[in-house]
Design a protein around this ligand. Structure first.
Ligand code: GLY
Length: 589
């Protein structure tokens, strides 16, 4: 009896230790499915442990979620060069504790000299890789302007103070993680492990002397634990600190970018940089089983596709069918297939093309689209045509989610596009430039680096923003903040966010379980289902094949989701961080 009681006492003590570890101000081990990070006041979930801790330090000093976002994004530009950036762009969805919501669009834009056919040869064929590698692939960067705008509108701290942690990390260096050492030493553009059939892994950083010198140690490669110092980047950050964010667009940094462009056949000019403006947009609103969805409008395709898929799936009892059952997965795949067909046809930058947003996200449109779903049989993608939403009038990237003690929330996804972007580092400024121009349709109907077929709505025009899949999303329950989520992964972003949302709402998972659960991806064309290693049992594969689903001959991990969920009973913040890639971690206090 005594022995049994001792065992109970021992187990209770262990549980208490775990409980209190959750409140400690450092990150918990990854992939702890049963236990997300528990924090009483604030949580930062990002793709890099050091950056998450930078964010928590800002929160502890009394900064709000927007202040922390600026510091985290700048820190990631140092510690996570794969996707963290000064030379890229992104989207930030904000919900303040008083209910105010906004979306900041700091997506890159096509330079003024960009033209519709700039990536085609004389015969009209796409020239290999120039839309995704090197200087011609670069869109006008929006990150610095976007962060500054978010801070000006919703932050409380000084820009200089928020640049400081990143500056220190660049100047003093930080220990390279096993993950970063691995991706740098493989020196390819394909550490997003979702298999792409075009482009493929190719040498990237070593093609550009400045990138090779800084990130590959001139071919000697960084070992895990070694300090990576970035003195040129530190100087850039010091200039931004001293002269303010406009320095990037009009000061020495702008000049360094343009000098590099001129020397290497790029088309981006000082005028392009001077004219760059981030845009404040209304978040897109939808609902799913009574939860309110706030997500990114165009030029993201992610928000529209997410709401369209949720509207389709709301008509079915996914919970009753069960997580990862063949019936449930069949429906989710069919919803993906249809939303991506609409994406290809309709979506582009709404400042340049008309997108039937209201129709695409309307519940009635989803009912109409669902009529073509056969419960027993996969639809062949080629037979799926985009719908008629008008009649109803709707790699590498990285995401972080932040909730502060007051309940302000930020979902921020920003990107260089491919891992390490264009591969080119600005000489003397120490940061990588994006290859966002590849998110345009280089040629209508020809797959891009992510195998995505795109329409004329996403063709290249000077000043236009390329269509994105980034899906930073905030979900409310009964008007209260419930979930903040997003992911990298090109087109798999949308399906990653979808599956995390379904896992939480339909399958009752906590944020860590929802992120850890295996995922799959279908994007209409190619008509091929990709699933993660160990994600599908042989039985499940056979059942889906018997319905006619075609499987890709590749498997691959997808996404690197970072989320925060609120336990609405206790008001605790639950941080969830993906173990699929990078040294990701949630941190809180
Ligand atoms: N560059 C990836 C995306 O915006 O979808």
């Amino acid at each position: 009896m005594l022995f049994r009681n001792r065992k109970v006492v021992f187990l209770a003590m262990i549980s208490l230790v775990f409980y209190f570890i959750g409140f400690m101000p450092y990150s918990r081990p990854k992939a702890a499915s049963l236990f997300p990070l528990y924090a009483k006041y604030g949580v930062v979930s990002s793709a890099d442990r050091i950056a998450s801790e930078v964010g928590v330090a800002v929160l502890k000093k009394g900064g709000n979620a927007v202040d922390a976002s600026v510091a985290v994004a700048l820190a990631l530009a140092v510690t996570y060069p794969t996707a963290g950036n000064l030379g890229g762009g992104g989207f930030m969805v904000i919900r303040m504790a008083d209910g105010k919501t906004t979306a900041i669009d700091y997506r890159e834009i096509a330079p003024a000299k960009a033209t519709h056919d700039m990536y085609l040869d004389k015969e009209g064929n796409v020239i290999n890789n120039i839309s995704s590698t090197g200087y011609l692939a670069v869109g006008v960067p929006g990150t610095v302007a976007g962060l500054a705008l978010a801070l000006e509108k919703y932050g409380t701290m000084k820009w200089q103070d928020l640049v400081e942690p990143a500056y220190k990390l660049a100047k003093e260096g930080f220990p390279v993680s096993y993950w970063l050492a691995h991706t740098l030493s493989t020196n390819t553009d394909l550490i997003e492990r979702y298999p792409r059939s075009t482009g493929g892994p190719r040498e990237l950083l070593s093609k550009f002397p400045e990138s090779k010198r800084i990130f590959l140690k001139d071919g000697n490669y960084y070992q895990a634990g070694e300090l990576l110092k970035q003195p040129e980047l530190a100087l850039t950050l010091a200039r931004l600190q001293k002269e303010g964010p406009q320095e990037f667009y009009q000061g020495t940094t702008a000049q360094l970018i343009v000098e590099d462009m001129k020397k290497n056949g790029g088309i981006l000019t000082l005028e392009d940089l001077k004219n760059y403006k981030p845009v404040v947009r209304e978040p897109l609103k939808g609902s799913y089983r009574g939860y309110e969805i706030l997500t990114m409008p165009p030029p993201s395709s992610g928000g529209i596709a997410l709401i369209e898929m949720l509207n389709i799936l709301e008509q079915y009892d996914l919970k009753g069918l069960g997580f990862n059952s063949s019936e449930r997965n069949h429906l989710v795949i069919e919803a993906m297939r249809r939303a991506f067909a609409d994406r290809a046809e309709f979506l582009g930058d709404t400042d340049f093309v008309k997108v039937p947003v209201k129709g695409l996200i309307s519940k009635n449109y989803a009912i109409e689209v669902s009529k073509s779903i056969d419960l027993g049989k996969a639809t062949v993608s080629k037979q799926v045509k985009h719908g008629q939403p008008n009649t109803y009038e709707s790699d590498s990237t990285t995401h972080f989610s932040i909730v502060d003690s007051m309940g302000n929330a930020v979902a921020n996804t920003y990107t260089l596009n491919g891992s390490y972007g264009s591969g080119a580092t600005v000489t003397g400024a120490g940061f990588l430039l994006n290859n966002e121009m590849d998110d345009f349709a280089a040629k209508v109907g020809v797959p891009n680096d992510y195998d995505l077929i795109q329409g004329e709505a996403n063709a290249i025009t000077a000043g236009k923003r390329p269509l994105s899949s980034m899906t930073p999303t905030i979900i409310l329950k009964n008007g209260k903040l419930f979930l903040v989520i997003g992911s990298p992964g090109g087109p798999t972003i949308i399906n990653t966010v979808l599956q995390v949302v379904l896992n939480v709402i339909d399958h009752g998972m906590n944020i860590q379980q929802a992120i850890d659960a295996p995922r799959f991806h279908h994007q209409w064309l190619p008509d091929a289902l990709v699933f993660e290693p160990y994600g599908f049992s042989t039985d499940l594969i056979n059942l889906l094949k018997s319905k006619g689903h075609i499987f890709s001959n590749k498997v691959g991990y997808m996404g690197n989701a970072q989320g925060v969920m609120i336990d609405l009973e206790t008001n605790l913040r639950l941080g969830g961080s993906d173990s699929r890639g990078s040294d990701a971690s949630a941190a809180g206090y």
